[in-house]
Ligand binder design. Structure first.
Ligand code: NAP
Length: 332
């Protein structure tokens, strides 16, 4: 039987609207910045550090600085050459730790080979660790104590909660077990009473595991790896992946009938951004899906802004303002 365009539209997953939720959080943060300025004469300030010339990292840092400007958060940026040593980076972090006007310190990862990433993360004052990667914040999070939470995992939770997805009691599968996404997002989902399975590259028969999930969170770093056979019909799928695809036939395969806009981007910029979920295959099976771009990435930046304001308030001993926080066990 022939399928009309309209019928195809109907069968597409409903979007998990990262842009809407990120805007909502940013509005709350801007109001809090205003309040801190009005009541305490303080402007929260974020210091960003970029080492080397990775193009994607430069884009991410630019977005973060632009968002600070948008929300009234102060910012300052250091771009360091790729030859920068661990010792030089530690010295810079020490000097930022010593400044009272710096509330958040963000070192864009990954760092170039040869720089000791763990030493760099541990050098940041935990109270200003707005990425939430310092072992003190990770430990506090695991013990369910107030912590600066890692931005992407916290953003995934905000997205689900504010889009009305029930986490409590849901069967959740997280694909990926990295320190920055997979593990912490699994922990935060567990704290909200989901039944959580973590899968990874050594998981036998991945589709059988992921198909069990009501909520599937994918953070792998492989364009379009999650296909129709990996998802349960009607599931909620959060695609954390951000991969640059440069091959035209891969773009056609990933986007099917919707490839036109992506091919245009490919021609203009030399790449298009694709998640870890195969959109053409998965969209027609699942209930809700995050777009890439326009999904989790926007939340990551919004949560960084929120962490910067939280860090400013806590470090300076100010009371928490009345904000419309997402209900539940948020620890921010
Ligand atoms: P990562 O550190 O490379 O970790 C990838 C994880 O995926 C690992 O645990 C790995 O398993 C697992 N994996 C790899 N291949 C697999 C396969 N074939 N089947 C099942 N599991 C597999 O990556 P990450 O830092 O977590 O980032 C993941 C993705 O999210 C990337 O695309 C990254 O760009 C994106 N990201 C996006 C944001 C955002 O703001 N949207 C933020 C951070 C990251 P093993 O542990 O067994 O190796």
């Amino acid at each position: 039987m022939e399928t009309t365009t309209q019928e195809k539209e109907v069968r597409k997953a409903q979007k998990l609207d990262g842009a809407r939720v990120a805007d909502e959080i940013k509005r709350e943060v801007a109001a809090e910045v205003e309040r801190l300025r009005g009541e305490h004469g303080v402007t929260p300030r974020l210091a960003t550090i970029l080492v080397g010339d990775d193009a994607a990292s430069a884009v991410y840092v630019r977005n973060k600085i632009r968002t600070c400007e948008e929300l009234g958060i102060g910012s300052e940026h250091r771009s360091l050459p790729v030859e920068t040593t661990t010792a030089q980076l530690l010295e810079l972090i020490e000097s930022l730790n010593a400044r009272d006007d710096v509330d958040g310190i963000l070192v864009q990862l990954p760092l170039p080979d040869g720089v000791d990433e763990s030493a760099v993360i541990e050098a940041i004052d935990p109270e200003r660790d707005v990425d939430g990667f310092h072992p003190v914040n990770v430990g506090r999070m695991m013990q369910r104590r107030p912590a600066l939470l890692p931005c992407t995992p916290a953003g995934v939770i905000e997205l689900l909660v504010r889009e009305g997805v029930e986490i409590s009691g849901a069967r959740v599968c997280v694909v990926g077990r990295s320190n920055i996404v997979g593990r912490p997002v699994a922990e935060l989902l567990l704290q909200r009473d989901a039944t959580v399975t973590i899968s990874h590259s050594r998981t036998p028969d991945l589709p059988a595991v992921t198909r069990e999930a009501d909520i599937l969170v994918v953070a792998i770093g492989r364009a379009g790896l999650v296909r129709a056979e990996h998802v349960r019909p009607g599931a909620v799928v959060v695609d954390v992946g951000m991969n640059r695809v440069t091959d035209e036939s891969q773009v056609r395969d990933l986007f099917g009938d919707d490839a036109g806009k992506r091919l245009k981007a490919l021609n203009e910029r030399g790449y298009t951004l694709v998640g870890d979920v195969h959109p053409a295959q998965v969209e027609s099976v699942v209930g809700r899906l995050t777009p890439v771009p326009g999904g989790v990435g926007l939340l990551t930046v919004a949560m960084l802004m929120k962490n910067t304001v939280t860090a400013a308030r806590r470090r300076r001993g100010f009371e928490e303002g009345k904000r419309q926080e997402a209900k539940g066990k948020g620890q921010m």
